[in-house]
Design a protein. Sequence first.
Length: 401
Amino acid sequence: MDIILSNNFILNRKIILYVGGFILPDRNAAAQRVVSNAKAIREVGFDVVFLGKSYESVKKIDKQEAKEFQGFKIYEETYPKGLSSWIYHLTSIRNVKKLIEKLGSKNIHSIIAYNYPSFALQRLLNYTKSKDINIVSDCTEWALDLNNFSLRSILKYVDTFYRMKHIHNKLDGLIAISRFLFDYYNSKMENVIFLPPLVDCKDKKWGNLINAKELEIVYAGSPGNGNKDKLDSIIDVLSIVKNRLNRKFQLIIIGISYDQFKTNFKSYKIPENIKDDIIFLGRVPHLEAVCRVQKACFSIFLREDNIINKAGFPTKFVEAITSGTPVITNDSSNLSEYFVNENYGRIINLNNQINFEETLFEVLSFPFERINKMKEKCFNDKKFHYENYIFEIQKLLNSLH
């Protein structure tokens, strides 16, 4: 017999419980991913319940009333602050167990654990087996801080190594964000699917194709200190290209302020000839960032060729193409397979400075008519719309008991 929770929310072994460090509805890239995945899961016939994080203090799970967002139920844990709360976050599954009890373990088909801490994931694996619940990892990173040997960095390395090498192989399935992760796990376990970052193209924020009228290049993201996105290299080459380019342009930088840039790139100085052409907007709401990307001629980012970037997949690429904005980037993750279509932008060879300069000069010299045709092709492609990946989700969930 079906159980009705509320608002005709029908449960009969039909709940997928999605747990992890996402902050809904759109406070981080993780939130963007899990909501789009959940929409595809819902199309297959399952109800998705989230257990995410909140920067505010929240009630205990058994006292919480679920929030609702786009038809999904959301429960929250307080985001960890301080050593003791972080240890709890890394090891405890108490709130997951409380929510399973609240929903009824017999109503839950599977748990999807988003980049879950290894020790907590091992405990969750043991618990789900006792309750006959499937457990799947949504794996979007191979997190290693290659430039930091602090205690936190070492603990993160141990946590990542244990999860990626020892725990994932024991799970019932895995969702890989990149070809690298898919290839790595597909030979080691069953029920592995490739799912890049997805979007809902029917959402009104993706509904505007804006023709370019000014030559704007936008960077939107968190570059770290250059070990993630090579923002300094972008500025350097743009300063060289400017000397040859017979038109004005602006580089719009979203996600980091000028003061933060100076702190993160301590030894770097912006060339004098380009200082007035760069605008630092700092952190802005996600919707505002999307609007700035939609308005731009090109989105640009560059990444090191390392295991971190091979394992991940840049959300900024997906959001730019969906916004109707071509991308200038190097070949990281499995991006090269998308640039068969030149309307998507250009792949740069970071090991060839002349190629880098010439490619930038070429695309920044395009007339607006050509740029806007590229933008229209990107916008109409809808390659990352979640409905295109329903079959993959269905294949995964149907393979589980």
